[in-house]
Design a protein around this ligand. Structure first.
Ligand SMILES: [Zn+2]
Ligand SMILES: [Zn+2]
Length: 108
């Protein structure tokens, strides 16, 4: 229940906020809208969370520099750095030999 600041009458709750039916004063429910937007931002940012679970490992044909095996697991990781003042994201390719477990990486 909300009362009008101007005339003290009961205000009617609407979609945009509280409206005084006597003098026409409108109090926008901006606080509620802000909270909703915050929730939306939180939800969208969660998409960018990097999931580094082992399920994402892919077996590829890659020659192991240590034992010469031709199969290795591959996964990617992102590295952000600055080069000549420009901020950029780089993807690094990681490999792990299926035979001797030797791991190495290559910047793509
Ligand atoms: Zn009023
Ligand atoms: Zn190997």
């Amino acid at each position: 229940m909300k009362f009008c600041d101007k005339c003290g009458s009961h205000m009617k709750k609407t979609k945009v906020g509280f409206v005084c039916r006597k003098c026409g004063t409108v109090i926008h429910a901006s606080a509620g809208i802000e909270t909703e937007n915050m929730k939306k931002i939180e939800r969208s940012s969660s998409i960018y969370v990097v999931d580094s679970s082992e399920d994402e490992y892919v077996k590829v044909s890659q020659v192991c520099p240590k034992c010469g095996n031709t199969e290795a697991f591959r996964w990617f990781s992102g590295v952000s750095g600055e080069h000549a003042g420009i901020r950029r994201e780089r993807a690094i390719e990681h490999f792990k030999c299926t035979k001797c477990s030797h791991s190495w990486s290559e910047a793509s």
